[in-house]
Design a protein around this ligand. Structure first.
Ligand SMILES: [Zn+2]
Length: 311
């Protein structure tokens, strides 16, 4: 049996209010935390920063999941537990989606580590666990708000926390079920295993970091790699534009260093006008070649015209 550092001693029944909050100050990376509240003065009430450093901002659902996990971990397994929140994320995940996720071996499930641990903790409980949604203007809603205050304080203070995602023994099914699964699930599972062994291209990682920093500086919003790749598939972009941006992110355009690897073509790597190594940033923004201004002015005119005719 695993040792638990802290457990709520109440033997009968407990209701825990959970929520999540994001603190995103200007020019600093956003920090997210989960909050749990039981009753005033209870030492187990707390806010706790979520461990994933990179994915702090938009995943409200994730915050509720980690808060629910914490609520489950600190409650004695023989105590009847009600987990109340203002959102349906966690209730839907555990009551509706869990059987499919287990059948499919958690393939393609975002933040599966936390969800899998939560499901295992729930199975390890000997007493009943219920998920509840706080009604508007109810006392439960007010207590969820107190959990939110704790989460915000924690996110603001940016205290690094340790999260134990060890699964209790004999609670989680390993692998995926062979019977009853569809072919595309097996295919995605094989892709996941292959992707795990794939090393990302250093030049692509650099470009993604540069895009991330620029988006944060311009819009104050943290974006993940997945957000950036997904943005390329926006319906507003024509396929050729998507291809151009995709190549740009991979540094796959035939410019600059590309020519240094081809015999007798090394001189094409250098901008003939400025005498520096060409890259996409230089061509689009920095090159002093005549005509660049005209292109940007035309783009601006088109952009303004589109704005006028927009909704
Ligand atoms: Zn140039």
């Amino acid at each position: 049996m695993r040792q638990r550092a802290e457990t709520i001693p109440t033997p009968e029944e407990v209701e825990i209010f959970i929520t999540g909050a994001v603190h995103s100050p200007a020019s600093r990376t956003a920090r997210a935390a989960a909050g749990i509240f039981i009753e005033d003065g209870n030492p187990s009430c707390k806010g706790k920063c979520i461990p994933v450093a990179g994915e702090q901002s938009q995943y409200a659902a994730e915050l509720f999941r980690v808060a629910a996990l914490e609520a489950t971990k600190i409650t004695h397994r023989d105590t009847i537990l009600t987990i109340t929140s203002t959102q349906t994320h966690i209730m839907e995940a555990m009551n509706k989606k869990l059987p499919d996720w287990e059948l499919e071996g958690w393939v393609d499930v975002k933040h599966r580590d936390v969800l899998r641990c939560l499901a295992a903790e729930l199975k390890a409980r000997r007493a009943r666990t219920t998920f509840k949604i706080a009604a508007p203007a109810s006392p439960e809603k007010a207590w969820c708000l107190k959990a939110s205050i704790l989460a915000k304080q924690s996110a603001r203070n940016r205290v690094e926390e340790r999260w134990d995602l060890t699964l209790p023994p004999n609670t989680a099914l390993p692998g995926m079920r062979l019977q009853g699964n569809r072919q595309h699930v097996f295919y995605r599972s094989i892709r996941e295993i292959k992707d795990r062994n794939r090393t990302p291209r250093p030049s692509t990682l650099k470009m993604l970091d540069a895009v991330r920093k620029d988006v944060e500086a311009a819009f104050g919003r943290y974006v993940t790699d997945a957000d950036i790749w997904l943005a390329l598939t926006a319906k507003d972009l024509l396929p050729r534009t998507t291809q151009f941006l995709w190549k740009g992110l991979h540094k796959a355009h035939r410019i600059g260093n590309y020519w240094n690897h081809i015999p007798e073509c090394g001189d094409r790597a250098i901008c003939q006008e400025c005498g520096v190594l060409e890259d996409l940033e230089h061509i689009l923004l920095r090159c002093t070649s005549p005509g660049q201004n005209i292109v940007w002015q035309t783009a601006e005119t088109l952009w303004r015209r589109k704005k006028k005719s927009g909704p």
